[in-house]
Design a protein around this ligand. Structure first.
Ligand code: ATP
Ligand code: MG
Length: 126
């Protein structure tokens, strides 16, 4: 099954064409690297995929569903680590995870780390 399907995706910032008629397909289980020089449009493509930016044209299907029609359900199934990572230095690793999880889940218990004492989280690396 194709997890990501992009057809003729175009994203413009005024006159600047950041993504120009991109076609892309990624199979389930495939590890895919999107490579290109600075300004090639990698981050823009990912932001459009995740529904953070609106495309100008093209079709995006994630998990076989049209991203425009099923945006909310799709957002619940994907995770994004942004290019500029925004961790709070004065929070512990556990507190950072809990803070960001709070945007998605109303209750931290739903995240699957119910003890709340951070015992399972030792360090963040990479
Ligand atoms: N929010 C924005 N407003 C206006 N132009 C933007 C915006 N974001 C990106 N651009 C422009 O879109 C083009 C693609 O930028 P993008 O950040 O997607 O490239 P990138 O491949 O991720 O680059 P890098 O390797 O530097 O991260 C560039 O010309 C950039 O200046
Ligand atoms: Mg980028």
């Amino acid at each position: 099954m194709k997890i990501v399907e992009i057809e003729q995706l175009t994203k413009k910032f005024e006159k600047n064409i950041a993504v120009d008629n991109l076609d892309l397909a990624i199979e389930e289980g495939q590890i895919f690297g999107l490579l290109g020089p600075n300004g090639a449009g990698k981050s823009t493509t990912i932001s459009v995929l995740c529904g953070l930016l609106k495309k100008n044209s093209g079709v995006i299907r994630l998990f076989g569903e049209d991203q425009e029609q099923h945006g909310i359900e799709i957002k619940q199934r994907i995770g994004l680590v942004p290019q500029d990572i925004a961790l709070y230095n004065d929070l512990s690793a556990f507190e950072n995870v809990r803070f960001f999880a709070g945007f998605v889940w109303a209750s931290w218990e739903g995240v699957g780390h119910g003890s709340g004492n951070g015992a399972g989280i030792r360090r963040i690396s990479g």
